[in-house]
Design a protein around this ligand. Structure first.
Ligand SMILES: Cc1cc2nc3c(=O)[nH]c(=O)nc-3n(C[C@H](O)[C@H](O)[C@H](O)COP(=O)(O)OP(=O)(O)OC[C@H]3O[C@@H](n4cnc5c(N)ncnc54)[C@H](O)[C@@H]3O)c2cc1C
Length: 237
């Protein structure tokens, strides 16, 4: 079976893995992630809501919106447009809403829904956490990943550096990684509401705490004062 290695289980790496699982189930996909969790950054994007894409209404030229990467962005959107993105997530159980400011968000306003949809779509991919890739080299023997691939230990001692030009397309890259840890897809942090509990409430105003956090509704000293008050109330009773 042909093997694909993806370095980094962020939004890009995981989406790539998800598409490969759907489009090319014949490929064995392995993601190497330096951190302890996949998509850790994605989970906090858009203030925890994840601004998925834009409807691009009113944008006359992409260079206005993406001055540093207009051409790359154009190519990416041609291959997979903003409509494709919304359709892809909606079809995978994440309905989305368009805000007045032209930004698309998951209807739940929860970036973790995006994370979970991607994890579901990636099912079957091998995700190795706490496994930073520290070098990428071209193996001397022109074969796919070395036999140590399965053990997650790659030796670069017998490899020579990959050059951008003149690369033999038959030669695949080997990678070097350390401290493997596998992801158990079933063991993901779950929110209180996902296990039937009420969302956590703010100690000060009683609103859902996530809204207060995002809006920074209260100061640290206000919260500390309230906690002290609560401790006192407890010790008095
Ligand atoms: C506060 C904040 C809010 C944001 N909000 C939005 C938003 O609402 N919408 C939006 O589209 N974008 C938002 N962004 C930008 C967002 O971070 C990117 O869109 C998205 O995370 C990019 O995904 P990525 O996979 O390219 O990179 P990352 O999410 O950074 O993922 C890269 C991964 O590669 C891993 N890695 C790096 N080097 C190695 C290595 N050598 N070996 C193994 N693993 C490695 C990293 O640990 C990381 O997990 C926001 C960013 C920030 C900081």
């Amino acid at each position: 079976m042909r093997r694909v290695a993806i370095i980094g289980a962020g939004a890009a790496g995981c989406f790539c893995a998800a598409l490969l699982r759907e489009w090319r189930p014949d490929l064995a996909v392995t993601l190497f992630e330096a951190g302890a969790r996949p998509m850790a950054k994605l989970a906090i994007t858009g203030g925890g809501r994840c601004n998925l894409t834009n409807d691009f209404q009113g944008i006359r030229s992409l260079s206005e919106a993406y001055p540093r990467g207009e051409r790359v962005m154009k190519r990416a959107l041609k291959a997979f447009s903003q409509d494709d993105t919304i359709r892809w997530f909606t079809e995978r159980g994440v309905p989305c809403v368009l805000q007045e400011d032209h930004c698309w968000f998951p209807q739940s306003q929860n970036a973790l829904d995006i994370v979970h949809a991607l994890l579901r779509a990636m099912k079957g991919a091998d995700v190795r956490l706490k496994t930073p890739v520290i070098s990428v080299a071209q193996p001397v023997v022109g074969n796919y990943f070395s036999q140590d691939f399965a053990k997650n230990q790659f030796s670069t001692t017998s490899t020579k550096p990959a050059h951008k030009k003149g690369r033999d397309p038959k030669n695949q890259f080997s990678t070097t990684s350390t401290s493997p840890a596998h992801l158990n897809m079933e063991v993901m942090p779950v929110g209180r509401t996902e296990i039937g509990l009420e969302a956590r409430r703010c100690l000060l105003c009683g609103n859902e705490v996530r809204y207060c956090m995002r809006a920074k509704s209260h100061t640290v000293s206000e919260l500390l004062a309230r906690i002290e008050e609560m401790v006192k109330e407890c010790s008095d009773c």
